[in-house]
Design a binder for this molecule. Sequence first.
Ligand SMILES: Nc1ncnc2c1ncn2[C@@H]1O[C@H](COP(=O)(O)OP(=O)(O)OP(=O)(O)O)[C@@H](O)[C@H]1O
Ligand SMILES: [Mg+2]
Length: 427
Amino acid sequence: MTDYVIHVRNTLKHPCQHEFVHCDKKRIVIKAGRRGGKTVGIATRAVNRFLSGRRQLYAAPTAEQTDAFWFEVLRALAEPLQSGALKLDKSERTIEKPGTKQRIKAKTAWNADTLRGDYADDLYLDEYQLMNEDAWEVVGQPMLLDNNGDAVFIYTPPSLISAGVSKARDPLHASKLFKKMQSDTSGLCAVFHFTSWDNPFISRVALQIIARDMSQTSYRQEIMAEDDEVSPRQLIYSGFNESVCKVPRMAINDRWIVYSGHDFGGANPAALFFAQNPDTGFLYAFQEYLPGGGRSTFQHVEEFKRITAGLHVNRRAGGSHQEDEIRQGYAAHGWPIRAPKIERVGAGIDKVRGMFELGKVFIFEDLVHTLSELSVYKWKVDTSGTITDDIEDKAKFHLMDCMRYILGEFAPETADIRGGPEVRGGW
Ligand SMILES: Nc1ncnc2c1ncn2[C@@H]1O[C@H](COP(=O)(O)OP(=O)(O)OP(=O)(O)O)[C@@H](O)[C@H]1O
Ligand SMILES: [Mg+2]
């Protein structure tokens, strides 16, 4: 077999995927967002393990997933298949090394009965949240006991979108398994959690298409792969009324006034642009900017100018109060940014909440990063279950920082934000 090139995917660019592909634990649970790279990662793992002599069984409840898995396997093993070193049975979806038990098989299965009839050293249950738990309990687990095999469970937290097609008895069984394995101390288990955004191979446009019609709850579950119930008290911006304030993109009139919020940082610079309709005072978040690392200040500014071409930019605010030097750098390139008016995070958040409650801040529905952050931006809960004043994973929320910096310039105490900060002069 060493004479052939095996075309497995390079997983190095997707560190989470890379880690689970090579993880050697006996039980692995992967919780990840839609298009996060779950199935490709599993196919890569299965091919590697098959080549090391192990027998692989992959099962998913929908033909779509089985097809995706099988496509990857055929792609990886194309050369040894062509030469006849491996044998393919198309209708059974198996590939075998003749004369050995070494095999890789994909099947569509959603419960014990449909999974029955095979054995393996490695069992993969993809879209496990949609399967009936008896697939594992009645068939999978005993199957692995015979040869001390390994199992990987892959799922995306179930949302209402998937509720209709689920065969599960308990719709939260996969989440419960994740939690159980997370707290397991045997050393035999591993859990992985990553979001759709962590997959560097998927285009932003493709994700926008998937995410556009999602509610905030579905974003949280299907994109951010969070399966804990979040109480509105814990969610920082629960006052954002998505049914009214998440709106389809519309043209920005050149009479409208632009405001931008900026978060600095070499690895994750971010900016958020709002345009205000002077007739209504309504503010529309119309552009998010999250380019990743590697761009210079000059390149950022070029991009900001492109985004706001033909529009009047009234104010730009951002950075912490210590970041004056960075602001000066932007000013030198023709993009002067002020230090945010409100220094304290809590006070800035209060201001944004006030503006959301007025119902005058809108977000274009294709600003999926902003909406994703909004859906999981929450207060930390301490061990006794009390909600604290600290933001959970604060450092990850670059667009929420941008939003706070610029909306903090407005005066929400008043029901009329018409005219913007210059005219209201509430600061
Ligand atoms: N290592 C990789 N190299 C190249 N492309 C990749 C890699 N991992 C994932 N992709 C691409 O990312 C996309 C999503 O991958 P995949 O189907 O594995 O995600 P998923 O999490 O299983 O998605 P779904 O939620 O739809 O089942 C696919 O287009 C796939 O080809
Ligand atoms: Mg998949």
